[in-house]
Design a protein around this ligand. Structure first.
Ligand SMILES: Cc1cc2nc3c(=O)[nH]c(=O)nc-3n(C[C@H](O)[C@H](O)[C@H](O)COP(=O)(O)OP(=O)(O)OC[C@H]3O[C@@H](n4cnc5c(N)ncnc54)[C@H](O)[C@@H]3O)c2cc1C
Length: 355
């Protein structure tokens, strides 16, 4: 029987043949020999991007273009075995190189890309498996909140998630993860019941399951201990909550001079003990689309219908505060959704008026 090569193998062999046009000095400049790069390229079944590849500048890029780093190679791992191969490779080189993981690439300090090191891109670990009966979801580290929320919404279930829909679970959960519903349900990491992580030591790669009862120290450390510290996160299991009727709102202060008073008001009236835990919000100073100047905005959700679920006297007094002359918002908008629909809260492009 004839042995047939896989399509990936054929593509990889063609790719390496194309390297005949790449001078040796290009490999040396990148800190690797042609032989070592060829060994990794042909020895793996997943996509690798090298400095001399056409898509290198796109594939090394973080969400924020302020961060410009030049890795030796970016590996788009598809399985835990791929992750282990990249970790092994970092140790096999004559001088070991640093390794960083990247899931959504949204790290606000640019920590998920590194010059002269290996980037393990985990964005293909983006599965979502929901068990509605047990209210559990097991997800990949590279799943975006757009994808996770879409899957949870169809089941009327929820876990506190990020404001930006292209942020991924890995960095968000390991950094704690504050969402619009965190005042009611806790930080995202508070809702992790189990995760799987690849650790690495002198004997090689190991897969550890962590929960309150298995590897409890790792379980404690990873939930809020920030990414890339303890190993490569492979999956996360969350406990979920039913979520049905939401009231979403956006309030904007175009006059930044009003921002300190508005922030104090938001903190005193809507954040401290006494405000309903069902109200979640996130104030940000930003420049919105079509605006030329920065403004203060606060966006949020109320889990329920305010007129029914929020004590009337409190709603009235808080509305009076919003109308007080010194900190009057320039625009507000609100909407009610009768089914659970957590998505990115985009700033209002047109003003909405307080009803
Ligand atoms: C536009 C925007 C909006 C945001 N909104 C919110 C918000 O509402 N609430 C909030 O709490 N935060 C928010 N953040 C912050 C965000 O949660 C963090 O930047 C988070 O780290 C992004 O996760 P990521 O996986 O997308 O990032 P990445 O840059 O891929 O990773 C972040 C860190 O985790 C490491 N890492 C990535 N994948 C893995 C893995 N599989 N295993 C181990 N380590 C890994 C990386 O090396 C890096 O150190 C926001 C950020 C942006 C840019």
């Amino acid at each position: 029987m004839a042995f047939r090569k896989t399509r990936t193998r054929i593509e990889k062999e063609a790719k390496v043949q194309g390297w005949a046009n790449v001078p040796d000095k290009t490999f040396h400049k990148a800190g690797i020999t042609r032989a070592a790069a060829t060994r990794l390229e042909l020895g793996t079944g997943f996509k690798l991007v090298w400095p001399w590849d056409a898509t290198y500048d796109k594939d090394r890029q973080e969400f924020d273009p302020a961060f410009q780093e030049y890795p030796l190679v970016v590996g788009f791992a598809e399985t835990p075995a791929d992750v282990a191969e990249l970790l092994d490779f970092s140790r096999e080189l004559s001088a070991p190189v640093p390794v960083v993981c990247r899931s959504g690439g949204h790290n606000t300090a640019g920590y998920s890309v590194v010059t002269d090191g290996i980037v393990i891109d985990m964005s293909l670990f983006n599965h979502v498996q929901i068990d509605p009966a047990r209210r559990l979801a097991t997800v990949g580290p590279g799943v975006t909140f757009a994808k996770l929320n879409a899957a949870l919404n169809t089941n009327g279930l929820h876990v506190p998630g990020g404001e930006c829909e292209s942020v991924c679970v890995a960095g968000y959960m390991q950094g704690g993860g504050y969402g619009f519903t965190s005042r009611e349900f806790g930080m995202n990491c508070d809702n992790v019941v189990r995760f799987t992580m690849m650790t690495y030591d002198s004997t090689g790669a190991h897969i550890a399951v962590a929960s309150a009862t298995e590897n409890p120290r790792l379980f404690w450390a990873v939930r809020g201990g920030t990414g890339n510290n303890f190993g490569v996160l492979l999956d996360v299991t969350y406990q979920l909550y039913p979520l049905t009727t939401l009231w979403g709102f956006g309030i904007k202060w175009a006059n930044l001079a009003a921002a300190p008073a508005a922030l104090l008001m938001i903190q005193n009236r809507f954040s401290k003990v006494g405000a309903s835990a069902k109200l979640g919000h996130l104030p940000v100073i930003m420049v919105q689309e079509k605006d030329t100047q920065a403004s203060l905005g606060t966006y949020g959700l109320f889990n329920g219908t305010p007129l029914r679920d929020w004590p009337r006297s409190r709603a009235c007094s808080q509305r009076r505060v919003l109308r007080s002359s010194s900190i009057r918002p320039t625009a507000t908008r609100s909407s009610t959704r009768s089914s659970c629909q957590i998505r990115t809260c985009r700033p209002a492009s047109r003003p909405f008026h307080l009803r």
